[in-house]
Design a protein around this ligand. Structure first.
Ligand SMILES: *Cc1c(COP(=O)(O)O)cnc(C)c1O
Length: 421
């Protein structure tokens, strides 16, 4: 966590002491590091074969300032809705670098994306292919398409984020791929440009990727023999990141070398769709200890952040390291805490029996590696305002999404006429 480190005993985000931000915006808040985003993007881009399109998966963190930071480095975008598409465009990513993925694109979304002139549609099924063909024909347009194939490999990740097994809803079954490509070729509104695959998220071993990419390479050869002009392979996203201190994961350079080895001889444009890898380690959630409760067998630390702010532990049993903002002294005693939020649900727990330095009300703590699938999955459950998002760059910080007021949240609703009297 080099861009979130202790200096003179206090956690800093780059050159800013975290308590300074807390004093300005209050807690809880998400805090992102520009330098960490840049480090992640560059590490990935430099590892991939030259000319590859790095299409950042916006769903990991859709904050406009985050997308803009990556756009300036040359990132494209992988989007899964018209909302993400508009965000990517608004953040300065040219349409020619945007790919449109997702298993449930609507016709209006297809129409908008066609008008924008996207790089590629990643199509996940025959029904969607027919719909896209019709939408394109109605506009006298031709949609550039890669079919997402399901390679039936086990990504060996959490079941809720695995997508490349035959039983998952994603993609076209491996055994049907050639037939669907043949159908696509007969559709005048469709232009086949490539093959797409995405096997899951937080993949921590390169072997499932290798198995999938090798299968895709075999398919490309078959499709070319069938007369298709396959010019691109979209490798999807999914490269995992370490969530625990000391955990070692495959570095992007090994991933890039493996991709090159698997499909490098096919003379295709490569597309990668990393999401988590770009943003996870670039974000922390800063929160305050409200109360410490001790029962006979347990010590609870009740934070002012809850599962509505960060749902990954509740949703995926995810582990996040937690640190105190004040650096513990050398050899400071540690105690096991259940670290919980204020939301009225038993699943509102960030960590069970976590060894932490002694906590007291008012202490600031940081939950680490939350820059991906953190703020984007937040809700206002329990009428809690969304936590604001802060972007740090060197000695500067900016509120890139403010905390809404309760009044503004209520003002979004309407009272029906019959309840007004
Ligand atoms: C979620 C997703 C990604 C990004 O996955 P990460 O694990 O965040 O890298 C890329 N492509 C598709 C199609 C996705 O659904």
């Amino acid at each position: 966590m080099t861009h979130f480190a202790y200096r003179a005993g206090v956690l800093h985000a780059e050159d800013i002491p975290v308590p300074e931000i807390a004093g300005t915006v209050g807690t809880p808040f998400y805090c992102y590091s520009t330098a960490a985003l840049e480090r992640q993007f560059r590490a990935f881009a430099e590892a991939m074969p030259k000319g590859a399109l790095i299409a950042y998966a916006v769903k990991a963190n859709g904050n406009l300032a985050v997308i803009r930071t990556l756009a300036r480095l040359g990132a494209g975008a992988d989007v899964v809705s018209i909302g993400e598409l508009k965000r990517a465009l608004a953040a300065g990513i040219p349409a020619s670098k945007i790919v449109f993925s997702g298993v449930g694109k609507t016709r209006p979304e297809m129409a908008y994306a066609l008008d924008a002139g996207l790089h590629q549609f990643n199509v996940e099924g025959e029904g969607e292919l027919e719909a896209l063909n019709e939408v394109a024909l109605s506009k006298n347009a031709v949609a550039p398409v890669a079919l997402r194939v399901n390679p039936d490999v086990d990504a060996k990740t959490h079941a809720k984020i695995s997508t490349g097994k035959a039983e998952n809803k994603f993609g076209i079954p491996w055994t049907k791929a050639r037939a669907v490509y043949a159908r696509a070729k007969s559709m005048p509104g469709i232009k086949i440009v490539g093959v797409d695959v995405h096997i899951g998220s937080q993949v921590t071993d390169l072997e499932p990727f290798r198995a999938a990419f090798v299968r895709v390479g075999e398919l490309v050869r078959l499709l070319r023999a069938d007369g298709h002009n396959i010019r691109r392979i979209d490798l999807g996203g999914g490269l995992g990141v370490p969530y625990r201190d000391g955990e070692i994961l495959p570095p992007p350079k090994d991933y890039g070398a493996m991709a090159h080895q698997a499909v490098g001889d096919l003379d295709v444009e490569l597309i990668a769709e990393p999401g988590r890898f770009m943003t996870a380690s670039a974000g922390i959630l800063v929160t305050q200890v409200l109360y410490v409760k001790e029962s006979e067998s347990k010590r609870f630390a009740v934070l002012d952040a809850g599962m509505n702010d960060l749902i990954r532990p509740a949703l995926y049993e995810a582990w996040h390291d937690i640190v105190t903002v004040q650096e513990p002294g050398p050899g400071a005693a540690r105690f096991a805490y259940d670290v919980v939020g204020p939301v009225c649900e038993s699943t509102d727990m960030f960590a069970r029996d976590r060894e932490l330095p002694k906590l007291a009300p008012g202490d600031l703590v940081a939950i680490l590696t939350v820059g991906a699938y953190g703020a984007v999955l937040a809700s206002s459950y329990n009428a809690r305002p969304l936590a604001p998002e802060i972007l740090v760059k060197g000695g500067d910080f900016a509120v890139v999404r403010p905390r809404p007021t309760i009044e503004a949240m209520m003002a979004e609703e309407r009272t029906p006429a019959w309840l007004k009297t």
